[in-house]
Design a protein around this ligand. Sequence first.
Ligand SMILES: Cc1ncc(COP(=O)(O)O)c(C=O)c1O
Length: 383
Amino acid sequence: MVLKVADRGKMPPFIVMDVMQAASLRESKGGDVLHLEVGQPSTKAPSKVIAAAKTALENDKLGYTPALGLLKLRADIAKHYKDWYDVDVPLERIVATKGSSAAFILSFMAAFDPGDRVVMASPGYPAYRNILKSLGITPISILTELKHRFQPTVALLEELGQPIDGLIIASPSNPAGTMIGYQQMQELSNYCKKKEIRLISDEIYHGVNYEQKPVSALETHPESLVINSFSKYFSMTGWRLGWMIVPEDLARSVECLAQNMFISPPTLSQIAASAAFDSYEEAEDNVKRYAINRSILMNELPSSGLDKLAPADGAFYIYADIAHFTNDSAGFCKRMLEEVGVACTPGLDFDPDRGDSTLRLSFSGAEHDVIDACKRIKAWLKK
Ligand SMILES: Cc1ncc(COP(=O)(O)O)c(C=O)c1O
């Protein structure tokens, strides 16, 4: 008997997971690995979050919550937008989600129909196009380059020469770490308003920025759909909690979708996450550590020959052009792991068209690992 396997389930793998698997195999055989592949903080959640979770475990029933999340948490998120961006967001537009990953599913389903066309920058976070595709929505990649700072521009959107229904932006971006400044955000916002394009802004790396403050799409486009998460800035990846700010016209659809698909986001995480908004100092200490790692890589990599690097305004990644070394980034990463124990992610995850000659290095780990990795990469590439 041969049963059908649905086409929409046939998603490409997330290659970084394969690299992590190879790295842990090496570790299980006693080999050492410097982890520059993983896109997550190496730190725990803020101490006040952990304390709040312990108290909730002892004292709370931890039943379901409303599908949109606990009112207290949503009020704390509203305050965060007032404090950080001077934007007023009514509670009805704030939705707690099971990580930003669930927010993608909810927002794409609420905003787009099968056959709609949604644009995003390539290189970019692969889940956007893979989730869109599985929902029957057509992802359209704009092949951005260093001269565009790997971000979409109005000129690039115009060049598409075809009507589109949605635009997904990410600032700071994964893998390039580049940011969209106020003027560019305003231009993209105005273009989307004029052309009636739904603007979705992934702001998960806000707070993890170095020289400039990030701009929220809500500052220039109050009707945009903004997605964020506790995973990165607050160092809470495994707590699986994110949020979105939805425009009024999508609020009820999102609520009904969330009720049916997830019932509610994780209750323990929701209670504890309120304390994240009292933990900015701890989060900033992590950002200071990333900043040190970033400058080590930016200073050291060029002398190894890795000298074509995206500027990394934010997030904790360096995106490197390695075309002068290889056009097989997966093989390059495999050899680097096998020969010197440094794990990095081939660019193919982020740019299926050109990622065979790019590489992403994550600097969210320990400083001594980053220093050691630079030494090993230098020696390896000099061989
Ligand atoms: C750009 C971007 N958006 C979203 C996510 C998903 O994050 P989470 O589901 O943990 O909120 C990631 C994870 O690496 C990411 O890099």
